[in-house]
Design a protein around this ligand. Structure first.
Ligand code: ADP
Length: 257
């Protein structure tokens, strides 16, 4: 911590410079603290799947699996956990770009409905595999918005994929419409929902409602964090409403500049 008394006191230029340096120091300390917290969260997140991988590969090497079926089961766990790490690294990479401010938006005038349709089509096979439907109800003639198409695709990908991941039946529906000067997009699902008290937390890095449930669905807890960063970088807003066992609605508000 920086201490006030090391600086020259008074109200002249040197004192002003002194307090600027102090403020800067405090800020650096803040970044340092959050960086440390972040690094320890990342190490923890990576250590968990690694523990599984090491444990189960040990069992296999020692020939301790009862039969070929059990063998396969352990290999499957190893494979899934390795995949988890690789998803996490992808997400982390995306996130680090978002954070260092080098996250430059490559903006251009674009039709948001086209982006939504493209992402919805790419996720339809995954939804159908689970017996879910993806439906779109997009208002035609929405104004073109100035946005980074690639990042915006990522937003819809993460949200629709979550809708699929956290639903066992029903559908994920996407609706877009214009209200006054806002383009509004709703992504709703008929899934498991989010407990009321946890709703504000889902935007945090690595936050997952239920660790064991999240483990089965293979999440990293970074998806919504990334979504929020991207929407805010577009000067937009995103909110969620949810009811347990009924579903969730994520609503994005973008200004029609
Ligand atoms: P994850 O990779 O775990 O899905 P996210 O950041 O995308 O991470 O989401 C954080 C947590 O919020 C999830 O683990 C899940 O518990 C909850 N969540 C996100 N989207 C939904 C949804 N559509 N329905 C229910 N729960 C959700």
């Amino acid at each position: 911590k920086y201490r006030q008394e090391i600086f020259y006191k008074g109200d002249d230029e040197i004192a002003k410079l002194g307090s600027s340096i102090q403020a800067l120091g405090e800020q650096l300390q803040y970044f340092e603290d959050s960086r440390n917290q972040f690094l320890s969260a990342v190490s923890h997140e990576i250590r968990t799947p690694l523990t599984y991988i090491r444990g189960y590969s040990d069992v296999l090497m020692k020939g301790m699996a009862k039969d070929p079926e059990e063998n396969l089961k352990y290999l499957d766990i190893i494979n899934k956990e390795a995949q988890r790490i690789s998803f996490m690294i992808n997400d982390l990479f995306e996130m680090s770009k978002l954070q260092v401010g080098q996250f430059e938006l490559n903006k251009e005038q674009a039709d948001i409905n086209r982006i939504i349709e493209r992402v919805a089509s790419s996720l339809r096979p995954a939804a159908e595999k689970k017996g879910l439907e993806i439906t779109t109800n997009l208002e035609s003639d929405l104004p073109y918005l100035n946005m980074d198409i690639h990042r915006m695709e990522q937003v819809f990908y993460n949200l629709i994929e979550n809708g699929i991941k956290y639903s066992t039946e029903g559908r994920v529906s996407i609706r877009s419409f214009l209200k006054k000067s806002l383009v509004i997009i709703e992504i709703s699902d008929t899934g498991i929902g989010i407990p009321q008290q946890e709703i504000p937390l889902v935007w945090e890095r690595f936050y997952r409602v239920d660790q064991s449930r999240a483990r089965k669905t293979g999440g990293t807890g970074l998806g919504l964090y990334v979504v929020k960063q991207i929407i805010e970088a577009h000067d937009g807003d995103i909110q969620v409403e949810s009811m347990e066992n009924q579903g969730s609605v994520f609503t994005i508000y973008l200004k029609n500049q």
